[in-house]
Design a protein around this ligand. Structure first.
Ligand code: HEM
Length: 472
């Protein structure tokens, strides 16, 4: 079939100036925090590709893994992902250092190459396993202490956030930051500053960008909180530099950044705080969704428990324990499929003209991948709304043929794929293995869990999990 021009690409009707923004306001059928529901409907109506307009920006929505593969295989050395506008404004106006997530072009690559090897190497997580295991042990102790007589844990999500913050903080700052203990003053301030940054980014993500015109309230709150966490990172760098005379062979991301003469101290702060912040709520939400799935699928939980006991018993976890736990990995993957971690999927700005879905899409177009919709579609998975980890096992009972490799990309793909993937997975594996070693988990709620679209998708209701201590 002949390639159609870009102008022929269909999409929901839009207004001049606003585009489709009003569709997601009180004047329209959708909301920005449940955009995935709009995508599901539009996929049925328009098929594999359509366009939408948000103010002046045209977004090409992609729902076909072959098109996604085409975008990713054609990207150059410096793939472009649109940055978070609030961070860009804080950099431009107040000189806030940017990290990998918000930079593009040579500026991005200069920073990415400094941490690519220490973080992306396939054994990168192993070096930090003992430190992260201690954090997971402490998390279990806190859970054990605060659960009530029925096994319920109040505000489970906040505790999970504290766990992921402590765990990735140990990697980023090469020390325990102490946020699992909510009574410590310094760590409480750090925890609050991170929460304020998430809140400000959320408030401005889909709203009119007033902060571009003046220092809006959300902008000021963000700036104060970001300044606090940047100072924390800078202090860690300074104290790490003082200790460099000590012959220390333990893994130390901070030290490798300080040793790297190609980047300045300011750039090191930008990298570290970006890694730290990117690694907290992303992993916390993924862990919450996984707990929900396991607590509501007891047969799968019991199979996973048996695998954990077979490999590590009730004892310590070593660097290669997880290599022997295919079911654990399948459980995590299946949870990512049912509760895809990012709204839609990741995004790119094309750096060349491409034909996608039969249309000529020009260079510089903003394209959005919609793995979230594909992952829940019968077009790609049988019984798409059921939690079936077996479908990811090599000879799984539920597997028919393996899904297209570009349907499930929870960590993105290519040169810009998530740099913290190994640590995120390790934190999740550790928490689940430790938790199931100690407890059986159950959720007694008839209300299914839904998704709220944030920068990372989050649960739309509290976790109502009960912990039942195992007796050995
Ligand atoms: C379950 C947890 C996580 C998920 C689902 C996740 C997902 C993602 C995705 C989808 C991207 C965009 C990839 C692309 O555009 O191709 C990304 C980028 C990124 N992630 Fe993660 N992430 C997680 C945890 C982490 C952790 C623990 C860290 C820090 C150690 C981290 C740091 C980053 C950074 C810095 C980027 C930007 C990379 C770049 O543009 O070069 N993430 N992540």
């Amino acid at each position: 079939m002949a390639t159609q021009p870009f102008s022929a690409l269909r999409g929901p009707r839009c207004l001049p100036l606003f585009g489709n923004v009003l569709d997601y306001s009180r004047f329209g059928p959708y909301t920005f925090d449940r955009m995935h529901l709009a995508k599901e409907k539009n996929y049925i109506k328009y098929g594999d590709i359509y366009k939408e307009k948000f103010g002046p920006v045209v977004v090409v929505q992609l729902f076909n893994p072959d098109d996604i593969s085409s975008v990713l295989k054609n990207e150059g050395k410096l793939p472009i992902r649109p940055p978070l506008p609030l961070l860009k404004a804080a950099n431009r106006r107040d000189g806030i250092a940017l990290g990998l997530g918000s930079l593009n072009g040579e500026d991005w690559w200069k920073l990415r190459k400094t941490v690519q090897k220490p973080l992306m190497h396939h054994r990168a997580g192993a070096a930090y396993l003992p430190a992260q295991e201690k954090v997971a042990d402490e998390f279990m102790n806190v859970l054990d202490t605060i659960k009530d007589l029925n096994g319920s844990v109040a505000n489970f999500e906040e505790l999970i956030l504290r766990y992921t913050m402590e765990s990735i903080g140990t990697v980023c700052f090469n020390k325990r930051i102490g946020v699992l203990d909510e009574n410590k003053k310094e760590s409480r301030e750090l925890f609050d500053s991170i929460k304020k940054q998430f809140a400000a980014v959320q408030r401005t993500y889909f709203a009119f960008p007033w902060f571009e015109l003046y220092r809006s309230e959300a902008y000021r709150e963000f700036l104060a909180a970001k300044t606090f966490s940047d100072k924390f990172a800078k202090d860690c760098i300074i104290s790490s530099r003082r200790e460099l005379t000590v012959d220390d062979t333990s893994p130390n991301l901070l030290k490798s950044l300080i040793d790297d003469t190609s980047i300045s101290e300011r750039e090191a702060v930008g990298i570290i705080t970006d890694l730290f912040i990117a690694g907290i709520d992303s992993t916390a939400s993924a862990l919450s969704f996984l707990l929900y799935n396991l607590a509501n699928n007891l047969r799968e939980q019991s199979r996973l428990f048996e695998e954990i006991i077979d490999v590590v018993g009730t004892g310590k976890i070593t660097a290669d324990s997880f290599d022997k736990m295919p079911y654990l990995k399948a459980c995590v993957k299946e949870s990512f499929r049912l509760f895809f971690p990012v709204q839609g999927g990741t995004t790119r700005v094309l750096d060349k003209d491409l034909v996608l879905g039969g249309y000529a899409i020009p260079k510089k177009s903003f394209v959005a991948f919609n793995n979230q919709t594909m992952c829940l579609s019968r077009d790609y998975f049988s019984c798409p709304h059921k939690y079936i980890p077996e479908r990811w096992l090599k000879r799984g009972s539920a597997s028919t043929s393996p899904p297209h490799p570009y349907v499930m990309l929870p960590f993105g793909f290519g040169a810009r794929m998530c740099i913290g993937r190994r640590f995120a997975e390790q934190e999740i594996y550790l928490a689940i293995a430790k938790l199931l070693q100690k407890f059986e988990i159950q959720e007694n709620s008839s209300k299914p869990m839904g998704i709220i679209n944030r920068v990372f998708n989050t649960p739309d209701r509290p976790l109502l999990i009960k912990l039942y201590k195992r007796s050995f």
